[in-house]
Design a protein around this ligand. Sequence first.
Ligand SMILES: [Zn+2]
Length: 538
Amino acid sequence: MSETTLLLGGRIHSPGNPDATAMAVTGGTIAWVGADHVGRALHPDAHVVDLGGAFVAPAFVDSHVHATSAGLLLNGLDLTGCASLTEFLHALRDHVAEHPGTLVWGHGWDETWWPEQRPPTRSEVDAASGGAPVYLSRIDVHSALVSSALIERAPLARGAEGWDEHGPLTRVAHHHARSAARESLGAAQRREAQLAFLRHAASQGVASVHECGGPDISDPDDLADLLALAEQGGVPEVVGYWGELGALDTARELGVRGLAGDLFVDGAVGSRTAALQEPYADDPSTSGVLYLDADAVAEHLVECTRHGLQAGFHVIGDAGVAEVTEGFRRAARTVGVPTLAGMRHRLEHLEMVDAEQAEELGRFGVAASVQPLFDAAWGGPADMYARRLGPQRGSRLNPFSRLAASGLVLAFGSDAPVTSVGPWASVRAAVHHRTEGFGVSPRAAFTAHTRGGWRAGGADDGVTGTLVPGAPATYAVWETGELVTGTPDSRVQRWSTDPRSGVPGLPDLTPGTRLPRCLRTVLRGETIYTRDSSDEEH
Ligand SMILES: [Zn+2]
């Protein structure tokens, strides 16, 4: 018989048992939840862990990540903090000086914040990098600055769609440059990056990540290595997705959950490649790019459904969402709504979706894999979305409340490295949405980052992602202040600490309050992260 671990003296987030202080785990499964003295009596031989008042909740799922790129950022050149073009060039110069003779992989520049309001030119990048191959993705990863030395390794980029003699590369030219940069990475450098990312995710209370690979953004070896790394244990579980039309053989060889994730219907708003019904407000010459039409979407959905595979797409702009919705309609006519809906196909981002489309996609059983930190970074009346789309259109993105009300399964993620892995920050962003009425309750947001992620990844057994007997013992232990609870129909303002509500409490997520700090992360009974004194925050 496997040993039982008994956690005592904590605050256990268990539905229907809001006062629970103890939890017993046997063989990777939750055996029991309740009060300390009962736990001791029921499990006299258990290995006892004193929680010291800590909060124990289901571990988070990050439903959209790019482990290698995010890990390269943890180990490499992080440009997200650059406040100006001048600062950017300094950061690049310093990095090259510290890492001579290697490929420079960086990420996160965003010229819309800079006083100069423009990215650097290629000759500025060349001058700052002294002839090194350089790949620097924009914050939304849909365009990149590259050095002339990298272009020498990516001859197909020159003259391809999206090629620019002086500025950032987009579209096809960008994809060629990115492939060349990836090929310039050694296997060891890549493994190091993947491990760094998975360990970082575990340190944030994340026990499962959905890796969105695909031919345009990674390669099969990258995904195969990542899945093998996770199989060895000691890190979060990796659910793999491969974003390629009809690639059934690749799916089988890789052992992915689905042909979904970053299968691009369009691009992103920041790079003006999200497909729009009306032109961009700050560049009326373009309405973005549509990579796939409704027929291609429908065909992929039908093929995957017939082979029992999850399908899915990356879609952001309103024209893209219209195309995808039409694709679902056509697929439903072929295989029938119940069969289609039973597959729980998924859509990534789904940022510009109207009420009618949300209703339809809900009926088609779609899981919406969305990123609340996008709204925190770019939403509201005056930030990037509003600049690109105009204040009206720009403040109608990411309607989480509409998606939830329409019956879509909401699953939250970071799209790391686009935003960093910070699940509580993401839950908070979903509650305090920058557009009035688009947010969801703390409970709905927390569920979307835990159980919703498992459901979107195919674990839809009703218990996974909750702390109840019979569920996998996948949880995180948090240091946090007083918990707050709310009545089921409450608005944020009416949340109280009333213990009679019968709903398990959550940390206070009021903006400005300190977010919970992860002490331990456990995946099916195995500890994958323990905080030690060296982890003190800066
Ligand atoms: Zn992505």
